[in-house]
Design a protein around this ligand. Structure first.
Ligand code: ZN
Length: 73
């Protein structure tokens, strides 16, 4: 399942925080992304260590994140 939610848009901050829900264990965690990160990356869940496929894109000046399963299951 995909969850897209922007947590903090701190003015002047270079990093953004996103509230994401692990597609494996359902744990809600905070994902920190540096300002220049976009595209697709793989990151392991801090709780269950399964691989996330993290998609990052810009739309109308806002950055969005989608987390799906990285192993195709
Ligand atoms: Zn997990």
């Amino acid at each position: 399942m995909t969850l897209v939610q922007r947590l903090v848009a701190a003015k002047g901050a270079m990093d953004d925080e996103f509230a994401v829900e692990c597609p494996y264990c359902g744990e809600q965690t905070t994902l920190y992304l540096e300002a220049d990160v976009q595209g697709t990356l793989i990151q392991d869940c801090e709780v269950c260590c399964n691989p996330w496929r993290v998609e990052v894109w810009w739309e109308d000046g806002e950055r969005y994140v989608a987390v799906t399963r990285g192993d195709g299951s």
